[in-house]
Design a protein around this ligand. Structure first.
Ligand code: ADP
Ligand code: MG
Length: 309
């Protein structure tokens, strides 16, 4: 149990609606453990409850009920230690416009009680590529620079766990790559990373394990590889040498003629082999000019599991 980075039990959050608004059950009894050392993805459509969950972990939103344990510390009985174990890069770009990046890091370090000699503001600025903006006012920073500064702020107190809420939503490719490099490096140094994203490719590439959240509930939680294997859906596209007259037939194979004249064949890898699919193509009198295969990606899994996806 002490080996979990995060342990969440029966976590519920109901937002009380503002005037005339109904209340909103954002989390409906979440149970989730996140192992130490992993890059863990929280995936789900907008409104699923990802930010609510993260903000509760970070101590920024008050839970309605349930139990949250961070690095072995119960949030209610050990609020100080549990807060010290986690750093959060929030989804919103809110920064005090009157602080410089260096000033903002120093203030943040002060808030977390990091002694002066243990601060490493310059090292963090270097890491997030803001050394030359160290003394610029935050209001003069671009959106990308602000995001990098928020990453820096999440790191000032040397947390065991770094949580990133939609770190790459709306950022350009250069910044995205820089963020990913930083995240990988931090993870290699032993930091547990939790990130939310609705970019499936990103989760597929970055995360060891994934929980899919939909409408306040965990609908799947597995290693990325297992989640991908779960659907076991494969497809093959055959470009014929001449127009197709008869579509291939066979048990476990569905064939469709595409607008471009190619044949799309779908099958399950567990029960049907590529060889059988190709045999069905030959049996239909089709000579193959070119053939491509594809595996299910996370998007297929996601669509299969989320009602709103
Ligand atoms: P996600 O990050 O997955 O997009 P959120 O956690 O932001 O989801 O939101 C989950 C649900 O809770 C949504 O329906 C959202 O509208 C609602 N919600 C979030 N924050 C508040 C709030 N402060 N007051 C009322 N409802 C909220
Ligand atoms: Mg969110």
């Amino acid at each position: 149990m002490r080996d979990d980075a995060i342990r969440i039990e029966s976590l519920r959050k109901t937002y009380i609606g503002a005037k005339g608004q109904p209340e909103k059950q954002a989390l409906k009894g979440i149970d989730l453990t996140i192992p130490r050392g992993s890059v863990f993805g929280l995936l789900g459509p907008n409104g699923a409850g990802k930010s609510t969950m993260i903000n509760i972990m970070a101590g920024l939103v008050r839970k309605t009920s349930g139990r949250v344990t961070i690095w072995g510390f119960d949030q209610d009985t050990n609020p100080r230690q549990s807060r010290a174990a986690i750093g959060v890069m929030p989804q919103e770009l809110n920064l005090d416009p009157f602080f410089t990046p260096r000033g903002a890091l120093e203030v943040q370090a002060g808030l977390y009680g990091v002694p002066k000699q243990q601060r490493r503001s310059d090292e963090i600025l270097e890491m997030v590529g803001l050394t030359d903006k160290a003394h610029a006012y935050a209001r003069t920073l671009s959106g990308g620079m602000r995001r990098r500064l928020l990453l820096g702020k999440a790191l000032v107190h040397h947390p065991h766990i770094l949580v990133l809420d939609e770190p790459t939503a709306g950022v350009d490719i250069g910044l995205r790559q820089m963020l990913w490099e930083n995240i990988r490096k931090l993870n290699q140094q032993g930091m547990t990373i939790i990130l939310t994203t609705h970019y499936l490719e990103e989760a597929e590439e970055m995360c060891d394990e994934i929980a899919i959240i939909d409408q306040g509930e965990v609908v799947a939680r597995d290693s990325t590889a297992n989640l991908l294997g779960r659907l076991d859906a494969k497809s093959m596209v055959v470009h014929p040498a001449s127009p197709v007259e008869t579509l291939p037939q066979g048990a476990g194979i569905t064939a469709d003629l595409r607008d471009d004249g190619a044949v799309l064949l779908r099958y399950h890898g567990n029960t049907t082999s590529a060889e059988e699919v190709l045999a069905a193509v030959h049996a239909a009198g089709i000579s193959i000019r070119d053939v491509k295969t594809a595996e299910a990606d996370l998007e297929d899994v996601f669509l299969a599991l989320t009602k709103s996806g």
